[in-house]
Write a protein that binds this ligand. Structure first.
Ligand code: GLC
Length: 412
């Protein structure tokens, strides 16, 4: 018995993606140095001249992407997406179309090269985030989200800027990213807004360029041209995401641990361990993926807060990942404080609140063959009665942030 949903078909290959379910986002750039938000150039309306100091001093001497990849793998993440270029315009890779790149800073290295090698070596699939916004490129026009938006001579600043040239620049850089670093699995463009959209990015051509190199790559929909991936951000969807026509789609929630994507030294609204595990479970129980973000420091390492969160998740995933990988929404309605995920003849029951002695599940009675805790494979006795299953639980909650019960259904 396997469960099937009619999910909207798209050009890229999402089969591996909807199995893997859990990835790491990495936001890294010059903004790791001010360490007060990746939008800092915009927020503080910095000129290029003011922002230049970060370029002059960028030197992540402790950059070791093998360590990052080990942390990601240990957390149970199966793929990774890193910012090759964020809105500030700075390129972590050695592009021949700009001087504004890591190789021209004291760092002196192509940071993308080591990144792809390291994560592939740990068996993860590799993606690039590429910002459509660019607050450094001379042809990118000053708009309402630009750092120079409030300058009196805004009209003058825009004289001679040519978005067509910028669109070509993006195509050239995407070509570099997809040809110089081996097989890239995901291309994550970001983003369209009131002032700029698919026509400005020349989205058709941009995507055509990418697909001509890598036909089955997964591309998100933020160029304003629907592709493979819908990307809710920083909130928990309450049900499977749909497109405008109401079709179920492949979706991925992207989320930070705290209030910033880039490394933020003083931001302390970090999610609790329990919230994080619940978020992963909630997402898979609604048919989605989770892309969880780390903002490495300016020295190039994951700070202790990020490492501790990743390791906690890894501790849970070590025993409970069968309820995540290859799983999707179940066809049954779960009682409050319970989340179901489903894979073939297994139904996974996630306990957000631990009940006293008995857990009652309606609607499953005829189908249950065997029941056990997932983390230790210990049997749980159960009774089926009146269209309901009663599972007998030990009085003490197992030492799992979210305990999972595995129900083996008796049809194949
Ligand atoms: C937003 C932000 C950006 C971040 C992105 C990730 O669009 O502009 O800083 O990279 O979300 O989804």
């Amino acid at each position: 018995m396997s469960i099937h949903y009619d999910v909207r078909k798209t050009p890229g290959d999402t089969s591996w993606f909807t199995r893997d379910r859990f990835g790491m986002f990495i936001h890294w750039g010059l903004y790791a140095m001010p360490a007060r938000h990746e939008w800092i150039k915009n927020i503080e309306k910095m000129t290029d001249g003011r922002y230049e100091r970060y370029f002059r001093h960028f030197d992540p001497d402790l950059y070791n992407p093998r360590e990052w990849a080990r942390e990601a793998k240990n957390a149970g993440m199966k793929y990774v997406v890193m910012t090759a270029k964020h809105h500030e315009g700075f390129c972590l890779f050695d592009s021949q179309f700009t001087d504004y790149k890591a190789t021209n800073t004291p760092c002196g290295k192509d940071l993308c090269e080591e990144y792809v090698e390291a994560f592939r070596a740990e068996g993860l699939r590799v993606g690039f985030y590429y910002s459509l916004l660019d607050w450094h490129h001379p042809d990118y026009t000053v708009d309402s989200k630009h750092p120079q938006r409030d300058e009196e001579n805004r009209a003058e600043l825009n004289e001679g800027r040519d978005m067509k040239k910028y669109a070509q620049y993006m195509r050239d850089q995407v070509t570099e990213l997809l040809t110089n670093y081996g097989k890239i699995d995901i291309l994550w463009f970001d983003f369209s807004f009131e002032d700029k959209g698919r026509d400005d990015w020349e989205a058709e051509k941009l995507i055509e360029t990418a697909r001509s190199i890598c036909p089955d790559i997964i591309i998100d929909n933020r160029t304003q041209l629907e592709q493979d991936l819908w990307t809710p951000e920083q909130f928990q969807p309450r049900e499977w995401v749909r497109d405008d026509e109401g079709n179920l789609v492949v979706w991925e929630l992207c989320q930070t641990f705290s209030g910033s994507w880039g490394y933020h030294r003083d931001e302390s609204t970090w999610m609790s361990d329990e919230m994080l595990i619940r978020m992963l479970v909630n997402t898979v129980s609604r048919g989605g993926n989770l892309l969880l973000n780390v903002g490495p420091t300016a020295r190039g390492y994951f700070d202790s807060r990020a490492v501790s969160k990743l390791r906690t998740i890894g501790g849970w995933m070590k025993y409970n990942s069968p309820s995540i990988y290859g799983c999707t929404q179940a066809e049954f309605t779960a009682p409050p404080d319970v989340r179901y995920t489903r894979k073939a003849n297994r139904l996974y029951v996630h306990l957000f609140a631990y009940p006293f002695k008995s857990l009652y599940l309606p609607e499953l009675a005829v189908k249950v063959d065997y029941v056990q805790f997932l983390h230790d494979g210990s049997e749980l006795l159960f009774e089926c009665r009146d269209g309901e299953v009663e599972i007998h639980l030990p009085k003490v909650k197992p030492d799992q942030i979210v305990p999972v019960i595995e129900i083996i259904l008796n049809e194949e």
